[in-house]
Design a protein around this ligand. Structure first.
Ligand SMILES: NC(=O)c1ccc[n+]([C@@H]2O[C@H](COP(=O)([O-])OP(=O)(O)OC[C@H]3O[C@@H](n4cnc5c(N)ncnc54)[C@H](OP(=O)(O)O)[C@@H]3O)[C@@H](O)[C@H]2O)c1
Length: 264
């Protein structure tokens, strides 16, 4: 499918692997210029190599930045002052008891998951409004709705993201800019694989059993009853980035296999 994205420039945070990486590959296939991001030169270069191997003439570049630091956004903006599409994808998560989650860990999760997107949007939205075209996407989670008891801090960062995203969309009235939130469900990224491995260790069970039981015990509301692939999520993100999705603004688009439920 042609998403009419040729010649647009996108920046995807946290994209050397997982959903961000798949999205980068899909957007590169559309002829876009894509900037990927990770915390180290090594992982960024490795991801660029993989993307060059899988997409011919890939117009891909990398920005090394660790969004645990509040100065990371400024570093990105210095290297890449204007873009057409910002995908606030970076997100950190782990299974942990509320009582054992330190305040520093809460603050770090808010910095990485929410504030990185706030800081980048504060800059990039201006240029998009001036040029009368742009896309900002916030990648939330089914956890914003389900709030699993072992992911309260993470779920809180994602719930806050919905308000930020909706608020920013209100600044785009009567322009060609849109701001939307995409809500993945359980998706088999490298991060999710690590999450399952941690859980197996905490619960002293083998990994296969954890995976098998995950949907029965922790995501019984999932209609999909399996992990989505990162491409299944990336395809939806790519569509929302495209001019084809011009009438979708201030919205929440779910790719959660039905897990969050609700009819509105
Ligand atoms: N997977 C799921 O089941 C799921 C479900 C719902 C929502 N989501 C959301 O979808 C988004 C992507 O998740 P994912 O599972 O695909 O991710 P992931 O596999 O955990 O991907 C990690 C990516 O984030 C980068 N990263 C991690 N910490 C970073 C930091 N401090 N600064 C910059 N980059 C950082 C990593 O880069 P380096 O290793 O190169 O540093 C890597 O590219 C997240 O916002 C997540 O909350 C995921």
């Amino acid at each position: 499918m042609n998403f009419n994205l040729k010649e647009k420039i996108a920046f995807i945070t946290g994209s050397t692997s997982g959903i961000g990486f798949s999205t980068a590959r899909i957007l590169l296939d559309q002829g876009m210029q894509v900037y990927i991001n990770g915390r180290s030169e090594e992982t960024v270069n490795e991801a660029i190599k993989k993307l060059n191997d899988s997409v011919s003439d890939a117009n891909v570049f990398g920005i090394v930045a660790d969004f645990r630091s509040s100065s990371a956004a400024k570093n990105c903006i210095d290297q890449l002052p204007e873009i057409d599409i910002l995908i606030n994808n970076v997100g950190i998560y782990k299974s942990q008891s509320f009582f054992e989650t330190s305040i520093d860990s809460w603050i770090e999760q808010f910095q990485v998951n929410l504030m990185s997107g706030v800081q980048l949007s504060q800059h990039y939205l201006n240029g998009m409004l001036k040029r009368n075209w742009g896309r900002i996407l916030f990648i939330s989670s089914e956890c914003a709705y389900l709030v699993p008891q072992d992911m309260i801090s993470y779920s809180s960062t994602k719930a806050a993201m919905h308000a930020t995203s909706r608020g920013l969309s209100q600044l785009t009235k009567e322009t060609g800019v849109t701001v939307n939130t995409v809500v993945p469900g359980s998706t088999l990224s490298e991060g999710a694989q690590r999450f399952l491995a941690d859980k197996a260790q905490v619960e002293d069970k083998d990994l296969q059993m954890i995976e098998r039981n995950f949907f029965k015990t922790e995501r019984p509301s999932s209609l999909l009853q399996r992990f989505a692939s990162t491409d299944e999520v990336g395809n939806t993100i790519a569509y929302i980035c495209s001019p084809l999705a011009s009438a979708t603004n201030g919205s929440v688009i779910k790719v959660d296999g039905g897990s969050s439920g609700g009819i509105f």
